[in-house]
Ligand binder design. Structure first.
Ligand code: RP5
Length: 187
């Protein structure tokens, strides 16, 4: 654990260092949300005992949510979920041979009883894992819940601020930009 960092509430674990580049969006968002988090490699097949110890001790160590990413067979999220009562968020990553659909199908197809909240493949999934972790933590922390609402509002404003899908780079005598404001408030 890095000294000086706040007590980790979120564990961001992966099967291999090769997963890390896909998880940077999660890392950046957890930092932006000012949530303490830890990172580590606990491969389900290369470090099965260590992975078990991580999952078994996670709750007692104060973690509230685990984000687990893996590619290929991608059994890490499900295995960790089987050994902890904490919510586990799975992030499938694109592989070297297949595009991540393999990992997605593996992670999402948990049999009934041991859930893994499965995100999209790759960087979007990593970002959403951090946002979901924030929302989960927000159920017991009004400040974090407000941060989740503020983040959604920030996305809304950013999207409304760029209403032209062609970003002004396309002109057509037959086309104009329609914005939400143009629609008024009547349904
Ligand atoms: C999985 O196998 C890892 O999560 C990674 O996505 C994949 C390949 O690992 P490396 O061979 O790149 O270490 O366990």
């Amino acid at each position: 654990m890095t000294s000086g960092a706040p007590r980790p509430l979120v564990g961001l674990i992966m099967g291999s260092a090769s997963d890390w580049p896909f998880l940077v969006p999660a890392a950046r968002l957890l930092d932006e949300f000012e949530i303490g988090w830890e990172r580590g490699i606990f491969s389900a097949h290369r470090l099965p005992e260590e992975m078990t110890r991580y999952a078994r001790t996670a709750k007692a160590r104060g973690l509230k949510v685990i984000i687990a990413s893996a590619g290929g067979a991608a059994h890490l999220p499900g295995m960790v979920a089987s050994k902890t009562p904490l919510p586990v968020i799975g992030v499938p990553r694109p592989g070297k041979v297949l595009d991540g659909l393999d990992a997605l199908l593996s992670i999402v197809q948990m049999p009934a009883g041991i859930p893994v909240a499965t995100m999209a493949i790759g960087e979007a999934g990593a970002a959403n894992a951090a946002v979901l972790a924030l929302r989960i933590l927000g159920t017991a922390d009004a400040g974090l819940s407000a941060r989740a609402e503020a983040y959604a509002e920030q996305l809304r404003r950013k999207t409304l601020a760029q209403p032209d899908p062609a970003a002004g780079a396309y002109e057509s005598p037959f086309s104009s930009v329609v914005t939400a404001q143009d629609l008024g408030d009547q349904i």
